[in-house]
Ligand binder design. Sequence first.
Ligand code: IDP
Ligand code: MG
Length: 153
Amino acid sequence: MKERTLLLLKPDAIHRAIVGSIVSRFEQKGFKIVGMKMIKMSKELSKDHYSHLVSKPFYHDLEKFVTENPIIALVIEGKEAVEVIRLIVGPTNASKASGGTLRGDFSNSTSRNIIHASDSKEAAVKEIARFFKPSELFDYHLTNEPFLYASDE
Ligand code: IDP
Ligand code: MG
């Protein structure tokens, strides 16, 4: 089933100049970028996005990290995008992430783990609406789409 999910390339990905390497993984896998923009996250947006973590001792550091420098927000579309992209991203603690996952290949940290990806279909719907207006999302066909998977998958 075709789905959309929200990704955030965190400031460490931008500062380390690995944005292209990260985005190309999703393109190589056959996912389609339907929205993409560089933004500065406000503290309010951070508190909303990370509402499950505001009471944690590391929240202050997390908020400072994601609000003091720009991030890149993307909406990616494709077959089972939410689950498959979480697999490509790898677990939160990048030290324990397998090679081949983005966090496994590019990070060794729990806090500076380069990327956010929605963790459920419900979260994806909410997170996409949190970061993107409908007019910032685009419908188009990839030229290689017919070769990626059957249209009924
Ligand atoms: P996720 O990004 O893999 O979905 P969450 O538990 O939702 O993981 O945490 C959101 C973000 O908060 C993490 O990606 C990481 O940047 C930060 N974080 C989570 N747990 C810790 C921790 O124990 N120490 C420091 N930072 C953390
Ligand atoms: Mg999460």
